[in-house]
Design a protein around this ligand. Sequence first.
Ligand SMILES: NC(=O)c1ccc[n+]([C@@H]2O[C@H](COP(=O)([O-])OP(=O)(O)OC[C@H]3O[C@@H](n4cnc5c(N)ncnc54)[C@H](O)[C@@H]3O)[C@@H](O)[C@H]2O)c1
Length: 246
Amino acid sequence: MTTTTRTALVTGGAGGIGRGIGARLARDGFRVLLADRDATAVREAAEAVGAEPWVLDVADPDSRREAVTRTGGCDLLVNCAGVLRDARVRRLEPPVFRRLTEINLLGPIALARLVAPDMAARGAGAIVNIASRAWLGTFGSTAYSTAKGGLVGATRSLALELGRHGITVNAVAPGFVETPMTEGLPPEVRRRTLEAIPVGRAGRPDDVADAVSYLAGAGYVTGQVLVVCGGRSIGAPYATPVEEAS
Ligand SMILES: NC(=O)c1ccc[n+]([C@@H]2O[C@H](COP(=O)([O-])OP(=O)(O)OC[C@H]3O[C@@H](n4cnc5c(N)ncnc54)[C@H](O)[C@@H]3O)[C@@H](O)[C@H]2O)c1
């Protein structure tokens, strides 16, 4: 029996979550192309997790094409590159909104368009989009929430379109994960966020990687959003338990 190695393209591979996903997929037996716009960091991350580094700007059409060509046939696309630059709506500058949308929403959809024909020709493939719990709405985060909500809509629509071709499309929506993206949060915001997580701890890149690993092989699950947030999206985080209140 011959086994063929499957290839995964993971964008944002130099970041906290992308690197964790790359490590997990490499352990799962994938050939992993870790792609990121930070050339130095992605080389270091790829070496650490046993992946191949690739310099990619997800907002650049030529760069996207080169990355997909480099895979030589992509079995799994993980759209993980993202930026968090936001402000309350009165200070939200259109160029910032536009740039964030290019990276967090339009780039991932364009990459899905690039990998889909080849996956369809082979009758198999998986796309996992890293959205965010923020798509449910986050105070002071209209641009980011909009882009992530758009990514959820794209996930569900692409799943409908690509299902007959053997391609699954799902999203993972992490809650608060300790990575370079979140290390700059003001201490008060961090404290309140942690307080709102029912399981009592911040997420780790491995928590997200577990979900991606599952969706990479779950052929009958498509168009879904797997929220990996320690229960934070359930709601009512500040309610006092009845027995403590009495
Ligand atoms: N950390 C969290 O709490 C959290 C929560 C929900 C969702 N997410 C999402 O998870 C993903 C990974 O986030 P992270 O926490 O690892 O952040 P991170 O900042 O550690 O990593 C993001 C990576 O994306 C790369 N990147 C940014 N713009 C790019 C571009 N144009 N082209 C290619 N690469 C680019 C950065 O260089 C960086 O390595 C993002 O999509 C983020 O929105 C993170």
